[in-house]
Write a protein that binds this ligand. Structure first.
Ligand SMILES: *[C@@H]1O[C@H](CO)[C@@H](O)[C@H](O)[C@H]1NC(C)=O
Ligand SMILES: *[C@@H]1O[C@H](CO)[C@@H](O)[C@H](O)[C@H]1NC(C)=O
Ligand SMILES: *[C@@H]1O[C@H](CO)[C@@H](O)[C@H](O)[C@H]1NC(C)=O
Length: 438
């Protein structure tokens, strides 16, 4: 063998050794990384499942929380009919107007508008929203109780921001002849289940359920669970969500005001869980002071974040078992007092939203007793309502000991049927169990 040959052989041997070492080192690094990743997955998995267990444990006292199969069996959502299945599928559709507004702002506040069937009001609300400055940077979710073409048409006309529709698939309005709607064997009014051999448990005043009335509390709870825990669009979203209703007129400055309020809230008012667009006294348009106000939570335009939602969600039993068909009274009497300290909401001194509906909860619900007003509203918007009118340098005035529903009130009834209690509890669990099993 010539010298050059040996050299070449040596060098190729060396090279291949070096390559060998490199390959081994590479493999070592790869397997180390893999082991790390596996470990991480295990840890995360353990973490999330223990969080789930904690959550379900906190939510369901009587269910053995370590028995996941028992938990799954404990959820008996009503059997889908054709329409409810269709709606469930429709809820998976992406938002509209993605072409017009492809990118949402990082610091957006998502808006959820929950509606039933008052198109003449809904039109006005949508019209007011179209003039809200900044709304084009966020997502609007419209949550429907029931399926009504006229309501859909209004949503289809929205062009001023991304908009997503969701429909409560288990609304009594979707089930014409079975629970959660009315079934033929249901007790009515003050029937005795034993004498009449009918189904149902009455409320504390002896009255049986009325599907049209319970639908409101069901819808609110289903919507809350869905927008926080059940939508792709809000998974990982850590901002606040603003909630408004089909008869809340929104002023042009509402969105920018709210952004300031939510930013200031944790430092200015540690006992404030939410921000509000309007005073809790729905007849008031504000005090016009030079200061912010902390007061009891109002139900016109309220916004809070996921941390607060988790606290509410943990009180599912309090919410679902309290015999009052009003979601807001239920919150004031059971959920907020259970937080173990004062619960305030922060707002500006001048309303950025007003409740205008004259048709209340009990009118406009039935086909026979539709509450008709022509939807004409006389809401004067002044220049000051078109621009930001809350100031970060303002102090906070706390309204203590306000009148209103509080812990101890026994409830107005209308929510005594055990099937409603169960459905409500199941709404609180549905996304948690599913995400674990599928
Ligand atoms: C889990 O719960 C189900 C239904 O409640 C029950 O039938 C089953 O025996 C339970 N399993 C265990 C291991 O406790
Ligand atoms: C939103 O509207 C404002 C004012 O009309 C405009 O300047 C801005 O470009 C719009 N943003 C988007 C994302 O459409
Ligand atoms: C959520 O809101 C609460 C109450 O205002 C606040 O203390 C907390 O910091 C907020 N969390 C996030 C992540 O913004």
């Amino acid at each position: 063998m010539s010298r050059t040959h040996i050299d070449r052989a040596m060098s190729s041997y060396k090279k291949s050794r070096i390559r060998d070492i490199a390959v081994r080192r590479f493999l070592f690094v790869v397997s180390l990384t893999l082991a790390g990743v596996v470990l991480l997955f295990l840890l995360v998995g353990m973490n999330s499942s223990s969080e789930l267990l904690k959550e379900t444990k906190e939510n369901s006292g009587e269910i053995n929380s370590f028995n996941i199969s028992g938990l799954i069996k404990s959820i008996k959502l009503p059997k889908h009919n054709h329409l409810s299945k269709m709606l469930e599928n429709r809820n998976q559709l992406p938002p509209r107007n993605l072409d017009l507004y492809p990118i949402l702002a990082k610091d957006r506040i998502v808006i959820v508008l929950y509606v039933h069937n008052r198109p003449q009001y809904f039109k006005l609300v949508v019209d007011s929203l179209s003039r809200v400055s900044g709304i084009n940077e966020t997502l609007l979710v419209v949550s429907h109780d029931g399926y009504f073409e006229e309501m859909n048409k209004i949503v289809e006309g929205i062009k001023f921001c991304q908009v997503k529709q969701v429909f409560a698939p288990y609304s009594p309005h979707i089930f014409p002849d079975s629970f959660p709607g009315v079934s033929h064997n249901d007790c009515r009014d003050k029937d005795s289940p034993i004498e009449k051999k009918c189904e149902g448990s009455s409320d504390q005043y002896g009255n049986h359920r009325s599907p049209k009335i319970v639908s409101l509390k069901h819808h609110w709870w289903w919507m809350m669970n869905t927008v926080w825990d059940g939508l792709k669009e809000t998974t990982g979203y850590s901002g606040d969500i603003l909630f408004i209703e089909e008869d809340h007129f929104i002023f042009p400055n509402a969105y920018h005001n709210l952004k300031i309020l939510t930013k200031l809230k944790p430092t200015k008012c540690p006992d404030c869980y939410a921000a509000n667009l309007a005073p809790s006294d729905v007849k008031s348009r504000g005090e016009n002071w030079d200061g912010l106000i902390a007061e009891r939570m109002g139900n016109v335009g309220y916004a809070f974040n996921r941390t607060v939602w988790r606290k509410i969600h943990r009180k599912a039993r309090e919410f679902c078992l309290f015999d009052d068909y009003n979601w807001d009274i239920t919150m004031w009497v059971t959920v907020y007092p259970s937080f173990g300290g004062p619960v305030y909401s922060m707002r500006g001194p001048r309303a950025s939203a007003v409740h205008f509906g004259k048709c209340g909860l009990h009118q406009g619900q039935g086909e026979t007793s539709a509450c008709v007003d022509n939807g004409a509203v006389n809401i004067k918007i002044e220049e000051i309502d078109k621009v930001v009118n809350v100031k970060p340098e303002w102090g906070v005035h706390v309204m203590r000991d306000q009148d209103g529903y509080k812990a101890g009130f026994r409830g107005w009834g209308g929510w005594g049927d055990r099937r409603d209690h169960q459905l409500c509890l199941d709404f609180a669990k549905m996304y948690h169990v599913r995400s674990k099993t599928i």
